[in-house]
Design a protein around this ligand. Sequence first.
Ligand SMILES: [Zn+2]
Length: 313
Amino acid sequence: MATAIVHHPIYEKHDTGIGHTEAPRRYRAVMGALQDDAELWSSLREITPAKAAQGIVQAAHTPQHFKRVEGAFASGMDRLDADTVISMRSFDAALVAAGGAIAAVDAVMQGEVRNAFVAARPPGHHATGERAMGFCLFNNIAVAARYAQNKYKEVERAVIVDWDVHHGNGTQGIFYSDPSVFFFSMHQYPWYPGTGSRGETGQGKGLGTTLNVPVKAFTKAADQVHAFEAAIEEIASKIKPDIIFISAGFDAHLTDPLGQLQIEDPDFAAMTRVMMQWADDACGGRIVSCLEGGYNLETLGETVKNHVRVLNS
Ligand SMILES: [Zn+2]
């Protein structure tokens, strides 16, 4: 079964202004690299997503947050927090980004494809239930995980693995008390946004279903990959997910301007293989991988291509 590539031209229309790191050109770099590989591209199944409906977004966000994002540009705001610049098309792009993650869930759950990669902008994992933050408007992966649980009765338990160089604070917060969604983040620490220590393990009924593996700046790539494999082994021994999500940030790459970790394309490929093995064992291979960070425009396309090539293998 094939891999889906979920993409939409509006992902390039979320205009963050001149000089912003989370730039529209990221989308072009990713799509260009995938499309340049004729053999890979012809083997992928293209999916054009629609906007996520308000009710579906609000399964992970408060109505107040939805309203604030919806009304922001029209009311003259040009940013939702210090880093999170918005433009005329940003609200629509954010809805189609969440919609992309949802379309990926449908394709995977309905058996049209084995797994899917969503080339979404804006990214999502810093957006909390209540607010936009760190380039993120809606938390695409959290919306998709809730959607999968609400729509498909065979999805009781989901796992979200976040390997972006930054802690996925928004996703963690949304599921912090929820034992039905296990959240694992590996990230540089201490680093933006400041959360993600070992001691953050969930609360209430969700105690023990959050795992943070903080990594020091300049850690050797092999050590980081080893820690990743050990963490997946530990989670897999406790939990059998019905679907697996990857918050696929590629800013942990050696060349990335926003991080100080050292992993490279073969390391991301190795981590992707670990995820596929687990998904094959646990849930018929179902993986939805969503783009989060990754800011080196020279290397991002190639890195994503390698990730997608492994998903499609
Ligand atoms: Zn990041």
